[in-house]
Design a protein around this ligand. Structure first.
Ligand SMILES: [Zn+2]
Length: 68
C-alpha cells in the first residue's frame, strides 16, 4: 500500500496538514496554501466502487490475454 499525499479538493495542493477531527470523528485537514479559498476540508472517499471496477477490468483483460 502506497501512502499518497493528500490533495486539497479546492486548489489541489499537497501542503496539507491534519487539523483535528470533526464532532463525528472524521479527520479534518488544513490546506497551507495561502492562495486557497477553502483551507479546511474533510477527506472524502469519492466513488467507492471505482477501485473494484478497475480491478475487474484488469482481470478481464488478463483473462482475454491468456486465452489460447
Ligand atoms: Zn487548498
Amino acid at each position: 500500500m502506497v501512502l499518497e499525499p493528500i490533495h486539497c479538493p479546492q486548489c489541489d495542493g499537497v501542503e496539507v496538514i491534519k487539523h483535528g477531527t470533526t464532532p463525528d470523528g472524521k479527520q479534518r485537514y488544513f490546506c497551507q496554501n495561502s492562495q486557497c479559498h477553502r483551507r479546511t476540508f474533510i477527506l472524502q472517499y469519492k466513488h467507492p466502487g471505482y477501485v473494484r471496477e478497475v480491478k475487474q477490468q484488469i482481470s478481464d483483460m488478463a483473462m482475454n490475454g491468456s486465452g489460447i
